[in-house]
Design a protein around this ligand. Structure first.
Ligand code: FPP
Ligand code: MG
Length: 299
């Protein structure tokens, strides 16, 4: 049995049999969470979707080009090789898509770059899930461009922040452009439930930023406030993108809810960095895995 199949198929469930009403296979979700948090074998979750992720990135690079060279330069800034970051959101989206699918890994013709234009309506479930992965990453990077203006950041992902390099106006407009292109891709899915989920993400990101900016000094020490802010700023995108992947696979309500909860809890775990608490685990785990996750802020 391949490592992928071992990861996905619980011992009691025959390969290829999926009940669309059942929650996604727990082995996959638990394995993804374990591997992401520990970064250790048995299964590297990134490797499971690595080639597909390259296809998602290739489509994003095509999607963010404009007839105006200065706009392309700004919009492409964090999608160039070496500046792409960890692409956690599209990775999780694709992994959850696999957990919801009876055919894992997806057929070869679905893991090559999809050269259809942004506006073309994809009919295959996996292609539609790849679009959601694209949209999630576009929204995420747009939010970082705006965040860096708000925070007056100098650097991001080991290079000059775009606002630092090209100024606030260009950075804000480049973020808006990414959202415009994400909206085009969203429209191509022709699914109003998915539109509602991804629109909720935008509202949550903005609400989280405002909540943080206007927090009273007493709320800064409140765990409730911290979790709410973390959900809005980090976990909502993962939760709603995972749920959207479930929606396009025609999953029933329990599977949709499980996908949402998985994204939410993973997002919160990253942000809170519970395992980064030196009191909660061995010192080596803290040093090796906990701190980088906590420090990277899942960005
Ligand atoms: C990073 O926070 C920022 C976010 C996770 C979201 C920022 C959201 C907005 C600016 C609202 C606008 C949203 C859109 C979609 C345009 P951080 O500053 O705590 O982390 P960092 O260290 O990565 O900067
Ligand atoms: Mg910031």
């Amino acid at each position: 049995m391949s490592s992928m199949a071992r990861f996905l198929v619980p011992p009691t469930q025959p390969t290829g049999v999926i009940d669309s009403n059942a929650p996604p296979r727990r082995t996959l979700l638990a394995g993804v969470a374990r591997s992401l948090i520990r970064g250790t074998p048995p299964t590297n979750p990134f490797a499971l979707v690595n080639s597909e992720l390259s296809c998602v990135s290739a489509r994003i690079r095509r999607a963010v080009t404009s007839e105006i060279p200065a706009l392309t330069q700004a919009a492409m800034y964090f999608f160039q090789s070496g500046a792409e970051g960890k692409r956690i959101r599209p990775t999780i989206c694709l992994l959850v898509s696999s957990a919801l699918s009876a055919s894992v890994p997806p057929a070869d013709h679905l893991t090559t770059v999809d050269l259809r234009p942004v506006s073309a309506v994809p009919l295959e479930v996996r292609r539609r899930q790849q679009r959601i992965a694209e949209i999630a990453e576009l929204i995420h990077v747009a939010s970082l461009l705006h965040d860096d203006v708000i925070d007056k950041a100098d650097t991001r992902r080991g290079k000059a922040a775009l606002n630092h390099f090209l100024g606030n106006k260009v950075a804000i407009l480049a973020g808006d452009f990414l959202l415009a292109r994400a909206s085009m891709t969203l429209a191509s899915l022709k699914d109003s439930e998915v539109v509602a989920l991804m629109s909720q993400v935008l509202e949550d990101l903005i609400s989280g930023e405002i909540l943080q900016a206007t927090a009273s000094s007493s709320s800064l020490t409140s765990m409730e406030h911290y979790l709410r802010k973390s959900y809005l700023k980090t976990a909502s995108l993962l939760a709603n993108a995972c749920e959207a992947a479930a929606v396009v696979s025609s999953a029933g309500a329990p599977a949709r809810q499980a996908a949402h909860d998985f994204g939410k809890n993973l997002g919160l775990a990253f942000q809170v960095g519970l395992l980064a608490n030196p009191c909660s685990g061995p010192q080596s785990a803290f040093r090796t895995y906990g701190m980088p996750l906590a420090n990277q802020n899942c960005s």
